[in-house]
Each structure stands twice: as structure tokens, then as C-alpha cells.
Design a protein around this ligand. Structure first.
Ligand code: 4AD
Ligand code: MG
Length: 436
């Protein structure tokens, strides 16, 4: 009977067949220990001379790491094994050999491993990391679906910028001039929001980032909820709910993967609502008070954006994710709603993850007045005619609305504790990396 390693415990005493790849082979006298992985787990398959036949026993000794194979044998309960079982091999069959698999047990540098990313994803830690990524993505979507959000897919090829013009990827688009790879789905989910009330998009987004940092990719995935009749406050409540749902589901379902990564789950258990909030003004005060923690970096002057070192210090001052709200209007996107009593700041918030990780979410209440929106588009040096359709949304039944974007890779990096976000996506795209 065919089964998978995660189900072995249901078959103790019976004969089953596993299909997978040889993770490792150890031999001790008249016994070969075949560590077989099948994507659901790793199982120790024990081949004993005399039980498998001489020819098969000799063949087992020559098995290459990462060859694909089927192994048939009896499931034995074994408390010392990771899944509580091992397999006593009766017979096995190789499907595809793997001569000189380049990733061995010795230490390899990250650059080398990144160049073999197509193979590296099979390794234990990478397997755990990307499995957690999949859980984060599923958790986010399921939570939003349960809350009544409708998934609304937005285009990747777009006619104009949404998050500034300095980091756009352009491509020629037939006779229509240029198209740009989407930096965000936001403008389009705003159209969906007026059709369904609550929507989200989820997909890859692109930024031609010239920066080589551990938190920038040129292609990253973002989940972007957008809500009608929602203001700044409601926006933060939904963010708290979403982030807590993601973290608690990873803790509940992927504890073994967190452990494989050596991630201490305790800080994650503290992630419960409400999250602390500080204004941008207060953040600057805190940074002046903790200037020594900034090292060679100066605290920002009012009107300057927070950089990675600033976010890192702010995030270390809090045990839970912290909202930084009301940034200066001048440094934020054109669509953000200025505070009516204080138009030099906008009703926005960045959510900084704890443990020094920095921003994982950017969001805001949006401008709902068509005249003000048009004025802001002009002030940003953008062409009003490019945004006609977007302004239309304010001309036909405008409402207060708000939304945000959660970056998947930065969220996974925080939850798993991995240093660089390049490992949190199957195939990272960066300034200096497009292969494989
Ligand atoms: O703050 P950002 O630029 O916000 C937006 O794009 C809004 N339109 C979202 C919205 O309101 N619907 O990006 C949101 C998040 C960041 O907090 C970060 O997690 C991630 O996207 N992000 C990146 N992740 C990896 N590499 C990059 N270059 C990223 N740029 C942003
Ligand atoms: Mg941002």
C-alpha cells in the first residue's frame, strides 16, 4: 500500500511503500540506514543483510544522495524516530539516480547555495522555511475570507505608477507605449472595494530597488485588503486581527518547522491584540532618547523618512508589533488622507515587527474627495489624465475607505527568524540576482 511519511503512524505493523528521495545513507556492518524524504517528512528505512537479499543489500550500499526511489517494508513503531516510526526494508527500487549531488553535508556558503536554489529548496531548513511561508499565505487568505473579504485579482501590467516613479520596471507594450510592472494592486482593489465592500488582492509586486539590503527584493508578494466605510482606526484593527491570525496558526500547525529552524516560539506567543501605537512625532522623540542605540546613524529630523536602522531601534523597544502613525504628508504616497486638523501629516500607519525586524505592513486611509485627490496627484508631478479612472471612483459614490499591504517575505522572515528575506521566497529576485 502506498502512503506518505506523515501517515506512517497509522500503518504500524503493516507493509507499505514510500516514494521519495534519499536524504542520507549511513551503514553500520550488516545494516544500511536509508534516510528517505518525501516532502511530508523524513523516515529512517533500515535495510538488514539477510532480510533484503544479498543483491539488494549490495545495491543499497551504492545509493547516491538525492536519487529518487520507492521503498517497501514493514512499519515499526520507534519512539526515538522523529515521526515515531521507522521502516524495515523488504525491497526498494530506484527511479532516477543522482550522481555527484552538489549540496553535501559539509558547510556551503550562501552565495553557492543561492546559485543552486533549485536544489537547495530540498534541504531541511529551506523546506521548513518555505513550508511556513505556505502556511502564512494560507492563514492570511483564510482569515480574510472568513471576515467576508472577497479576493479581487489585480493586473501586473499597469499603465502608471502607484508608489512613486523612481522604482518602476518598464516594458514596451505594443503600440500603446510603455507598461509598468505593478508596485502594488492597491489602486485596483479600491475599484473592487466599491463593488464588494471588502476585498483583497494577493500576488507578486515589483520594485526596481537599487538597494542591496536584507529586506529588499525586486519581486515580492503582498496581500492587500481594502475596505469601504472604513477609517484609519478600523484599518488598524483589521491589521491586528490578520497578523495575530497568521502568527497563531503558524504556532499551532508548524511548531516542528519552527523548531527545525531553531526559532524560539516564546516571542511569537506574545503577539496578541491590541498592538502599541506611536505617532511619527513620538517615534522621533524615542529615537532621540535612544540615539546611542543608533550607532553612527542620526535620529531623523522632522520631515525625513525612517530608515531601516531607525525602525530596528523602535521595533526593539516593543515586545509586540508596533504601529507608527501619522507620517509627514510630504514623504508618503499621493493617495493618503491628510489629517483634517493637521494636514501636514497623513492618516497612515506602518506596522513594525518586533525583534528588530522593522516594517511588514504599510497602510492608510485613502483620500475620498475627488478635488483633493486631483490636487495631490498634481503635487506629486503625476499626470492627472493617467489617473482619470482612479479619480472616477471618487466621482461615483465615494466613501471613506482604507486598506493596507502586508509583505509576505518580511512577515515570514520575522516569524521564522531568518536573517535575510532572500530565503523566504522560492526564487528570490534582487538587484544582482535573477538566476536560477
Ligand atoms: O509600504 P508599501 O510600499 O505599501 C504599498 O505598496 C501600499 N500600496 C499597500 C496598500 O496600502 N495596499 O509596501 C507594503 C509592504 C511593506 O510593508 C513591506 O512588507 C513590503 O510591502 N515591501 C517589500 N518587501 C520586500 N521587498 C521590497 N522591496 C518591498 N517593498 C515593500
Ligand atoms: Mg512602506
Amino acid at each position: 500500500m502506498l502512503t506518505t511519511i506523515d501517515r506512517l503512524i497509522d500503518h504500524v505493523g503493516r507493509e507499505v511503500t514510500l516514494r521519495g528521495w534519499l536524504y542520507n545513507l549511513r551503514s553500520k556492518g550488516r545494516i544500511h540506514f536509508l534516510l528517505v524524504r518525501d516532502g511530508t517528512g523524513i523516515c529512517q528505512c533500515v535495510a538488514v543483510a539477510g532480510e533484503v537479499g544479498d543483491e539488494a543489500f549490495a545495491r543499497a550500499a551504492r545509493l547516491n544522495q538525492e536519487c529518487s526511489l520507492s521503498v517497501t517494508g514493514t512499519v515499526r513503531a520507534d519512539a526515538r524516530s522523529p515521526g515515531g516510526c521507522e521502516l524495515s526494508v523488504r525491497t526498494f527500487e530506484v527511479h532516477g539516480d543522482a550522481v555527484d549531488y552538489p549540496i553535501t553535508k559539509k558547510e556551503h556558503g550562501v552565495e553557492f547555495l543561492m546559485s543552486l536554489r533549485h536544489l537547495w529548496v530540498r534541504s531541511k531548513m529551506q523546506h521548513a522555511l518555505l513550508r511556513i511561508r505556505a502556511e502564512v499565505e494560507a492563514a492570511a487568505q483564510e482569515w480574510l475570507n472568513e471576515q467576508g473579504f472577497v479576493r479581487f485579482d489585480t493586473p501586473i501590467l499597469t499603465p502608471c505608477a502607484a508608489e512613486g516613479t523612481t522604482n518602476l520596471f518598464a516594458t514596451k507594450y505594443f503600440d500603446l507605449g510603455h507598461a509598468y510592472l505593478a508596485q502594488t494592486g492597491q489602486l485596483y482593489v479600491e475599484a473592487g472595494m466599491m463593488a464588494y465592500g471588502k476585498v483583497y488582492c494577493f500576488g507578486p509586486t515589483f520594485r526596481a530597488e537599487k538597494s542591496k539590503t536584507r529586506r529588499h527584493l525586486t519581486e515580492f508578494w503582498m496581500i492587500e485588503p481594502e475596505m469601504a466605510f472604513a477609517d484609519f482606526e478600523e484599518n488598524l484593527r483589521v491589521q491586528e486581527g490578520l497578523v495575530c491570525a497568521i502568527v497563531s496558526r503558524v504556532l499551532a500547525r508548524r511548531a516542528a518547522d519552527l523548531e527545525a529552524l531553531g526559532r524560539d516560539p516564546e516571542p511569537l506567543k506574545k503577539v496578541t491584540p491590541p498592538f502599541p501605537r506611536i505617532t511619527y512625532d513620538r517615534a522621533l522623540e524615542l529615537l532621540r532618547e535612544h540615539a546611542s542605540a543608533l550607532g553612527e546613524h542620526a535620529p531623523p529630523a522632522w520631515g525625513e523618512d525612517l530608515g531601516a536602522p531607525h525602525e530596528e531601534v523602535l521595533s526593539r523597544l516593543h515586545e509586540k508589533p508596533v504601529f507608527v502613525t501619522h507620517y509627514p504628508t510630504a514623504i508618503k504616497a499621493f493617495y493618503m488622507q491628510p489629517e483634517p486638523t493637521r494636514p501636514e501629516v497623513v492618516r497612515c500607519a506602518d506596522l513594525l515587527a518586533p525583534e528588530g525586524r522593522g516594517e511588514i505592513i504599510g497602510g492608510s486611509q485613502r483620500i475620498h474627495d475627488p478635488e483633493l485627490l486631483e490636487k495631490r496627484i498634481r503635487e506629486h508631478g503625476l499626470r492627472v489624465e493617467d489617473y482619470r479612472w482612479y479619480i472616477d471612483l471618487r466621482r461615483y459614490g465615494t466613501v471613506e475607505h482604507a486598506g493596507f499591504g502586508l509583505g509576505i517575505e518580511r512577515t515570514v522572515a520575522w516569524i521564522t527568524g531568518v536573517h535575510h528575506i532572500r530565503e523566504t521566497i522560492p526564487f528570490a529576485r534582487m538587484l544582482d540576482k535573477i538566476y536560477p
